[in-house]
Design a binder for this molecule. Structure first.
Ligand SMILES: [Zn+2]
Length: 143
């Protein structure tokens, strides 16, 4: 196993071993959960993309933020935009290249729905595509 794969497995284990405290809305923000480290009980906001890039992002939560999430369903906005969340992966150079880019048609349509405020070129970059390919994906059926 290469060093990069070992690091990826370690990161996956670190997130997968965490205890889920709460999940954001499953339909509109399925990539966001609140979790707790099983060793030190530190609470984390976890953004998790296993569809496009295989990428996780974590932000330490305060106890008051955990209480707001569990008691009032108030979530920090850090990972709210799906398109901007995917761009974090691209900016961290954790990107997937699809052998058959047409498989991204569903994701392109979903990005249009979830991140209408983003420029098309940023949405293209979030999927690791250039603008022309992104626009071509939008002409394909979403399935
Ligand atoms: Zn810990």
């Amino acid at each position: 196993m290469s060093k990069a794969s070992a690091d990826l497995v370690r990161r996956f284990d670190a997130v997968a071993g965490m205890q889920r405290v709460a999940s954001a809305d499953r339909k509109t923000r399925w990539w966001i959960t609140a979790r707790r480290c099983p060793r030190c009980a530190t609470p984390w906001l976890v953004g998790q993309d296993e569809v496009v890039h295989d990428f996780w992002a974590l932000k330490r939560l305060s106890d008051s933020a955990v209480a707001a999430i569990t008691n009032e369903a108030w979530w920090p906005a850090d990972f709210d935009s799906y398109g901007r969340f995917l761009l974090r992966a691209v900016d961290a150079d954790i990107t997937a290249r699809f052998a058959n880019a047409d498989e991204l048609a569903y994701d392109a349509h979903r990005l249009e729905d979830l991140s209408p405020d983003m420029h098309a070129c940023d949405k293209a970059r979030a999927l690791g595509e250039d603008l022309a390919d992104y626009q071509r994906l939008l002409t394909l059926p979403p399935e």
